[in-house]
Design a protein around this ligand. Sequence first.
Ligand code: ADP
Ligand code: TYD
Length: 207
Amino acid sequence: MKGFFISFEGIDGSGKSTQAKRLCKYIESLGKECVLVREPGGTPEGERIRRILLDKSSDLTPEAEFFLFLASRSILTQRIIIPSLKLGKFVIADRFADSSLAYQGYGRGLDISFVKYGNNVATKGLKPDVIFYIDIPVELAMRRKSYSDRMEKESFLKKVREGYLKLSKEHGYIPIDGRKSVEEIWDDIKGFFSKMLEVNGIDRDNV
Ligand code: ADP
Ligand code: TYD
């Protein structure tokens, strides 16, 4: 595939959406097409699935929750991400398969090899070329967002963060310090991205 696939991972409130949007705008400013997608969602069907997943009145089992994330991921990957990459576009994903490993695997306790297998089926084995992982203490992330079920969310997110930290080496994450300001984080991401373009021999004027 000719394109380039970048995903952003991290706990809720770590700053992923802010930075993913910036990176996509920056790529467009270089004259290259960039497709920004989010999970769950990113397709009309996926957005419907997203509503079920985020609805507090949904009484889902961990397994059902995982299957819904996989359904959304499968449609997004096969209908949007893979065709865009084939056309040589950049694709930026605000969350991808590693979110299920961290949340459904380490957070909810589903078997890790089962989550990996499900991810692999849904994505047809597609992996991001680069995963930016924005790391931030749970307390700070929670101050940035408001939660109704605060205590439950805090202990859950601690497990999710530990999961991400375990996955970081195994999956070659590019770690980003999420405690910094929006501008400082953007400088780190832009710096890494620019080096990446050079290493991959992508001509900046022609990106
Ligand atoms: P995520 O997508 O990881 O949940 P967002 O990018 O939506 O995170 O950011 C969550 C909230 O925190 C938003 O209100 C956003 O404006 C704010 N925010 C994002 N990055 C920072 C930062 N580095 N410092 C302070 N606030 C931030
Ligand atoms: P969203 O508001 O998009 O995330 P954020 O708060 O980081 O901006 O909500 C998506 C929620 O779904 C978030 O709590 C993480 C969770 N999630 C999973 O549990 N598993 C997954 O595979 C994905 C993609 C998301």
